[in-house]
Write a protein that binds this ligand. Structure first.
Ligand SMILES: C[S@@+](CC[C@H](N)C(=O)[O-])C[C@H]1O[C@@H](n2cnc3c(N)ncnc32)[C@H](O)[C@@H]1O
Length: 205
């Protein structure tokens, strides 16, 4: 358990507050109205999405980092007492094939060790026709901003332990998902190199 990961977990909610208040929370809420049936959320962190699930059949959260997991468990005791919480990375999900109707990933695919493998795992555990709901900061489509993101990625990695320049939508499509809804927007109150944001859903074939 590294000190750095403990500090990141402790600072995550205060660091995100301005962004959440300025619109990120509303984006989460809008996305999660689409969640239905049996739902898995990967990399659930401190549980920022917990309050936004309505009328789902079942909820499972995974999170690999112990310091995040503790915060998630504490929050879930009040806000989602029936949810199941497991320690697991997205690259190795401890579920049978075709287990879920919905998988949720918010601000996770930027930081997983192996994005392509994580998406293959998500597709494996989704039933055919099931949906991935995503909200992810990504590489810009504008060449100049993308180059700026490449230059600033070292700083992003130090501060928030993820990449600001991943072409996540391309990887989602390359995994065999069919993107059914897509909003290209901006992460509120974020530095320019973290702003490009995609919010939407993709259907597992
Ligand atoms: C920026 S936080 C986002 C937390 C939460 N999803 C949210 O929307 O606030 C990134 C989360 O991904 C988790 N994470 C890091 N590596 C991961 C992996 N390989 N698989 C799944 N989650 C991972 C981190 O521990 C952290 O909780």
């Amino acid at each position: 358990m590294s000190l750095r990961k403990n500090v990141f977990a402790a600072l995550y909610d205060p660091m995100s507050r301005k962004s959440e208040d300025a619109g990120l929370r509303a984006l989460r809420r809008g996305l999660l109205t689409e969640a239905g049936g049996s739902v898995l959320e990967i990399g659930a962190g401190t549980g920022a999405n917990l309050a936004h699930y309505n009328e789902v059949e079942s909820l499972v959260f995974t999170e690999p980092e112990p310091a995040m997991l503790r915060r998630l468990q504490k929050k879930a005791r009040d806000e989602a007492p029936l949810a199941k919480i497991l320690r697991a990375p997205a690259e190795d999900l401890p579920f049978e094939d075709d287990s879920f109707d919905t998988v949720v990933s918010t601000l996770v695919l930027c930081g997983v060790d192996d994005q392509a493998r994580s998406l293959r795992e998500i597709k494996r555990v989704l039933r055919p026709g099931g949906r991935l709901l995503f909200l992810e900061h990504v590489r810009s489509d504008e060449a100049a901003l993308a180059r700026f993101q490449d230059r600033m990625n070292w700083l992003n990695r130090i501060v928030v332990d993820c990449d600001c320049n991943r072409p996540t939508l391309t990887t989602i499509e390359a995994t065999g998902f069919s993107v059914s809804q897509l909003e290209r927007t901006e992460m509120p109150k974020a530095p320019k190199f973290v702003r490009p944001l995609i919010v939407g859903s993709a259907v597992a074939g």
